[in-house]
Design a binder for this molecule. Structure first.
Ligand SMILES: N[C@@H](CCC(=O)N[C@@H](CS)C(=O)NCC(=O)O)C(=O)O
Length: 334
């Protein structure tokens, strides 16, 4: 009990530091965001079959996907991906086998938007990866690292930090692309990737933390999911609910958001406009910006906020195309 109250005060004090603009604000709020997201995701009951499968059994799903190689060009192979439900068919790009790193390990929180951004890239390009789920309170799984956030990606023994930097580095490795050789399409891609990091991710937290019912639904569920000890599970449920109040208010102030749902809808509409009639920002295939937007939205898509977003904006069709083209996870057993 004593340990529980110590944990509670630790979670709460980290959160209060956030609420008062302390130095740990982003790290703390995102840590708690992870817990909330994870809980709410697993608690989601009305998501479509595709997403349910992804979140409830992401590993080794027997393939409902038919893939047929339709030729190789340069470093890329186009692969046709079709779901067993006979949904739309999209060309999927894969790295040539010899360019794929042999040993990839992702240190992550299951529902962290930045981690999901990296996973969207790995899944889309069929790069096999193992996952180490980090305990967000002790972070003992990354004790060995000087960098204390997730995602951390180990690629054939090399440590890569920060989602966008990880994706840049992986793209270079797998596609031999240099940033200096940007075409105008890649310029657009860069601009929108920055929009994801500088704007979109900041709109997500206030929506997820919006009110006690959304938060409590999530925290109820989190007590039975995630990488937490027994004591932590009990503690996080109560300390987390209290913490949410402060985190949510602080984040709204920090990012100048008055109506969080309106801000989310506006971001979704802005993204829909950016497509300008194209299937993806990248044209007939997703580019890194498509993957970034999809990755950070994936954890919230089947929460109340994500459902509201799809119901009230034009982002839904693009999102469904992304689900189809990204396909099953390329995660392998650790
Ligand atoms: N800019 C980083 C942000 C990473 C980040 O803030 N991750 C959060 C989890 S969503 C984190 O690890 N926070 C530290 C903590 O939980 O203590 C990225 O894009 O990877």
């Amino acid at each position: 009990m004593r340990r529980a109250s110590t944990l509670a005060s630790s979670v709460l004090s980290r959160t209060l530091a956030t609420a008062h603009g302390g130095a740990v604000s982003d790290a703390t709020s995102l840590s708690i965001q992870h817990r909330l997201l994870q809980a709410a995701l697993y608690g989601s009951r009305t998501g479509n079959a595709h997403s349910q499968q992804r979140w409830f059994s992401p590993l080794f799903s027997s393939s409902s996907v038919k893939r047929a190689s339709v030729g190789a060009a340069g470093a890329l192979i186009a692969v046709v991906t079709a779901t067993s439900l006979g949904q739309e068919v999209y060309a999927k790009e894969s790295a040539l086998p010899e360019a794929v790193p042999k040993d990839v390990i992702l240190y992550q929180y299951e529902a962290c938007p930045f981690c999901n951004k990296v996973k969207a890239f790995l899944d889309y390009y069929d790069i096999p990866y193992k996952v180490v789920e980090v305990n967000p309170i002790s972070r003992k799984e990354i004790k060995w690292s000087d960098y204390k956030k997730v995602p951390i990606l180990m690629v054939d023994g090399e440590q890569l930090n920060d989602s966008s930097a990880i994706i840049d580095k992986l793209s270079e490795k797998v596609f031999s692309k240099k940033k200096a050789d940007l075409t105008s399409e890649e310029d657009e891609e860069t601009k929108w990737r920055q929009w994801v990091d500088n704007h979109l991710v900041h709109v997500l937290s206030p929506n997820i933390y919006r009110n006690t019912s959304e938060a409590l639904e999530a925290f109820d569920y989190i007590t039975s999911n995630g990488n937490f000890s027994f004591t932590e599970k009990i503690t996080v449920k109560y300390a987390g609910a209290a913490a949410m109040y402060f985190v949510s208010k602080n984040l709204k102030k920090k990012y100048n958001i008055t109506d969080e749902r309106a801000a989310l809808y506006e971001a979704a509409e802005t993204w829909a406009d950016s497509l300008n009639g194209r299937e993806f920002l990248g044209g007939s295939n997703p580019n890194l910006a498509d993957l970034a937007v999809f990755g950070v939205l994936r954890p919230i898509r089947y929460l109340r906020s994500g459902k509201d977003m799809v119901e009230h904006t034009r982002i839904g069709e693009w999102y469904t195309r992304m689900e189809n083209v990204v396909g099953n996870s390329s995660r392998i057993k650790a």
